[in-house]
Design a protein around this ligand. Structure first.
Ligand SMILES: N[C@H](CCC[C@H](N)C(=O)O)C(=O)O
Length: 260
């Protein structure tokens, strides 16, 4: 099979994008998707994303982790998909699309995409960490000296350990840098490694830091290894957090064809 693909990255979280509006992609071939994402034997990416037609919205998003399995919402991937949709001429400067966690609105200005995330009405605070779902499950834990922290070993142990076990969770380590800025490093479920950033992850960190009283700002900057992201939100009485936007660059890297 000849597969035309487009490579995008959002704050260093990188994805293989496929225009699947003709619905020809072998969506259940886990081995193929895993190989396409392999950095030695394939194109190489943290995930693969299909752009598909949708009856109600501009398009539909289908997301696969690098392990080849379809997974839950990807914030950086969603931002890259909006930029991809503009490149294809599917949208102009705003979009609504359907994803596994529901409908999303987004705006694009140049190479900056602002993506509305789902509302968050549950945020659990434990002794040393918080847990919430921002479209994907996230464990958020403060650490010191994040630059030298062993994200892989500690992240893997938490991801596979109690209470997450095989289903797992993404694991975000965070260090406060200033009143409204936090450094974040993430071990991503389904990539089974540290990624340079995680969109639903930094969204979870921003909300968890606010809920734990580590910031009073509702416009928070997250510094990741792959770049800077912004998260803004409003705190509501009926639902914990609404109007949650994840904002940052989404960049086209190259286009290619692979025989697979
Ligand atoms: N690995 C995540 C999905 C992708 C999340 C991340 N790439 C993002 O930008 O939100 C999971 O399986 O829960």
């Amino acid at each position: 099979m000849r597969l035309n693909f487009y490579k995008y990255q959002g704050a260093g979280n990188d994805f293989i994008m496929v225009d699947n509006r003709e619905d020809t992609f072998p969506k259940h071939d886990i081995t193929l998707i895993n190989k396409l994402c392999d950095r030695k034997f394939g194109v190489g990416a943290d995930g693969l994303i299909l752009l598909e037609n949708d009856e109600e919205h501009d398009f539909k998003m289908v997301y696969y982790n690098a392990d080849g399995n379809e997974s839950t919402m990807c914030g950086n991937g969603g931002r890259c998909l909006v930029a991809f949709a503009k490149q294809l001429g599917v949208i102009k400067d705003e979009a609504t699309f359907n994803a596994i966690d529901g409908k999303h609105y987004a705006e694009i200005d140049g190479d900056v995409v602002s993506l509305q995330m789902i509302d968050v009405d549950t945020l659990e605070i434990f002794d040393v960490y918080s847990f919430l779902n921002t479209g994907s499950p996230h464990h958020v834990q403060e650490v010191e000296d994040i630059k030298n922290y062993d994200v892989f070993s500690n992240g893997k142990a938490i991801r596979y350990g109690t209470p997450y076990n095989e289903a797992g969770s993404n694991v975000n380590f965070v260090e406060k840098m200033s009143a409204d800025t936090f450094a974040v490093r993430t071990y991503e479920r389904g990539v089974e490694d540290e990624t340079l950033s995680c969109g639903t992850g930094v969204t979870a960190v921003a909300l968890a830091m606010y809920a734990n009283g580590k910031t009073e700002s509702t416009q928070i900057t997250l510094e990741t290894l792959g770049g800077t992201l912004q998260v803004s939100f409003t705190e509501e009485s009926d639902k914990l957090f609404k109007n949650i936007f994840l904002k940052g660059k989404a960049t086209f890297v190259f286009e290619g064809t692979i025989i697979c």
